[in-house]
Each structure stands twice: as C-alpha cells, then as structure tokens.
Ligand binder design. Structure first.
Ligand SMILES: NC(=O)C1=CN([C@@H]2O[C@H](COP(=O)(O)OP(=O)(O)OC[C@H]3O[C@@H](n4cnc5c(N)ncnc54)[C@H](OP(=O)(O)O)[C@@H]3O)[C@@H](O)[C@H]2O)C=CC1
Ligand SMILES: CC(C)(CO)C(=O)C(=O)O
Length: 306
C-alpha cells in the first residue's frame, strides 16, 4: 500500500517506526528544514520499543502532485493544523483513501471530513511519549505505546484491516475497532481532565497530589467530561474515572501534560482550543454545565494567553 504520513514529529515518526519494518511504500509529507534533513540523512527515530532506526521513506515531499493519490493518509500534525493541512493536501486523498487522524481530542476527524469532502475518514488515537529532538529526529521513550482506529458504524474496510496488521507486526499494538469513539473519548477525558487541573492550579502532579481539594478538582473535570461524552452518545466504562485518578497519582511528581508544558513555555500556536475550548463549545451547544472544565479554560486564558 502507499502509506503517507503527514508530519515528521513525535507521532508521525513513532507510527513510521512500526511501518518501516513492513516493506510497504512509506511516503513522508514534510516541509522546509524537516524535509531537507530527512532527505539528507534519513528520518531518525530513537525508541526503546521500536528500536533505533533511520527510516528512509520512498518519497519525502510537500508537493501534492508529486505525492499523488495515497491508499492511506495518517495525520501526525498538531490538532490546530488539521484543517489547514487537509486543505493543502486534498489532492493526495482519493475516494477510497483511508484517512486516520491521531491527534488528541475529539474534533479532528470531523475537521478532516469538512476540509477534504472525500476519502474514508476514520477516528483514531495513539498513546506514546515521543518528541522532536531536532527536525527529522524523534525520540520515543518508555513503554507506553498503543494505538487504535476505526469507524463507529462498524463498517469493514480492507485497508484499515491491513494497516492494523502492519502496525501490530511492526511493534505498535493497534486495535481496529468499532468501539473507537469510546476509546477516543476515554483518552480525551484523561488528557483534558489532567490538563485542566495542571493549568487551573499551575502545578505538576506533585503539587496536585498535596491537597484533597486539588484531587477533587481533577475528579470534577472527569465528571464533566463523562457527562459530555454521554451527551454525544458515548458511554465510558464503569470505574474508569477512579482508575485515572489512581494512575494520576502514580505519575512522577514532575509529570504534566504536553498542553500544560506548551502553555507554560509560551508556545503559540498550542492545542488549548482543540483540547479544552472544544469541550466548552460542545457543552454550550448541548446546554450542559461543565463547571470544572469551564473554570480551568477561563483561568488558563487569563493566566497564559494574555
Ligand atoms: N507526542 C506524543 O507523544 C503524543 C502526541 N499526541 C497528539 O498527536 C498530535 C501530534 O503531536 P506531536 O507528534 O507531538 O507533534 P509534533 O510537533 O512533534 O509534530 C508535528 C509535525 O507536523 C508537521 N507539520 C505541521 N504542519 C505541516 C504541513 N503543513 N506540512 C508538513 N508537515 C507539517 C510539523 O512539521 P514542522 O516541523 O515543519 O512544523 C511537525 O513535524 C497532537 O495532537 C498531540 O496532542 C498524542 C499522543 C502522544
Ligand atoms: C497521554 C499522553 C502523555 C500519551 O499519549 C499524551 O497524549 C500527551 O501528553 O499528549
């Protein structure tokens, strides 16, 4: 299959590390300095789980004409870029191209659908800890590594089945599942709830754990987000909130989410709107109160976005 990955960053390189072993035709959509670096010395991935490797895509390009129509397009850019990249690379998506967004949050599949108007758009997610060391060079650390994608209507798609097998065989445990929306929302509840709590108190895990009130705030964000998931017809598993509170407390004291780190570091653009703003907007549309998430959103804008 002609598999395109858009974005040579943390997620893109991690997925590429698993595809690399398959011998499938891997195409990297990258631009500017990143494109240049990968062309010169390959796409470098250091990974405990996937191995250290220099990936050599058959093509590295930012020209839709040169890329041509792909069988699969994996979106590995940040969520704020999804609309723009889909418009930019529309022509690499044909009627049957399988498009898989892997961003955090619940908004990007819909955004890809709106921007592309074609292709077969799945919902997707990934758990990993990966970051750019320098352009074209990514480090993936730890053992957290799993992904999933699928269609909530449970339709069969041959390319999706093949891709899941390729990724599994390549060392990235991947589910192709009709339960994908539940899994996307489950991850979203954790990442959004944790981010809201770090941002509201301007503290990492250690500080939050010092006080019952702060841990109760975390629980409050999970309650908000579970009700929001319910409002779009998604039911989260029993006991998931307490499991996430326990996992939160097992993290190292200095740990936080990438959104908190980005806002703290003054990085613009960042994923605040896609990760927290999107919940506030959806709650508004549904006439739902999500007081903890809304308070965190307001405080974050006041504290970090002035
Ligand atoms: N990193 C992680 O471990 C995890 C991240 N996520 C989520 O996955 C998403 C991606 O995050 P992450 O991989 O960290 O992001 P990175 O910033 O590491 O990578 C994004 C990549 O997209 C590229 N890109 C953006 N726009 C374009 C374009 N128009 N053409 C070509 N390339 C483009 C960037 O290239 P350039 O350098 O040229 O800007 C960059 O290489 C986010 O939603 C994040 O929340 C989810 C789970 C884990
Ligand atoms: C949950 C985690 C750390 C890993 O997937 C993540 O998605 C992030 O920080 O962006």
């Amino acid at each position: 299959m002609r598999i395109g990955i858009l974005g040579a960053g943390g997620v893109g390189a991690t997925v590429a590390g698993a595809i690399d072993k398959s011998g499938e035709e891997l195409i990297l959509i990258a631009r500017g300095e990143t494109k240049q670096k990968v062309l010169e010395r390959g796409w470098i991935l250091e990974s405990e789980r996937l191995g250290n490797r220099v990936i050599r895509p058959v093509l590295v390009s930012d020209d839709p004409k040169e890329i041509g129509v792909l069988d699969v397009l994996i979106l590995g850019c940040k969520s704020f870029a999804v609309k723009e990249v889909c418009a930019q690379y529309k022509d690499v998506v044909g009627e049957d191209t399988l498009v898989i967004p892997l961003q955090n949050g619940f908004v990007t599949a819909e955004q890809a659908e709106e921007a592309l108007h074609r292709g077969v758009i799945a919902h997707g997610f990934i758990y990993c800890l990966s970051q750019i060391v320098e352009k074209g060079h990514v480090s993936n650390v730890g053992t957290l590594l799993r992904a999933g994608f699928g269609f909530p209507d449970g339709r069969k798609n041959e390319k999706a089945e093949r891709l899941a097998k390729i990724l599994n065989d390549g060392g990235l445990p991947t589910e192709y599942t009709p339960e994908v929306l539940r899994l996307v929302w489950q991850k979203y509840m954790m990442i959004c709830g944790n981010s809201c709590t770090f941002l509201y108190y301007d503290m990492t895990v250690g500080g939050i754990m010092e006080s019952k009130e702060r841990l109760d705030f975390l629980r409050g964000t999970y309650d908000d987000l579970e009700r929001l998931a319910n409002s779009v017809g998604v039911t989260l598993p029993n006991g998931i909130k307490e499991k996430y509170v326990e996992e939160f407390q097992e993290m190292p004291p200095s740990a936080a989410s990438s959104l908190y780190r980005d806002l703290k570091g003054g990085i613009v653009p960042n994923e605040l709107e896609q990760i927290i703003g999107s919940a506030v907007k959806l709650a508004d549309e549904k006439g739902l109160e999500i007081p903890y998430v809304a308070a965190a959103y307001e405080k974050t804008k006041e504290r970090f976005c002035k």
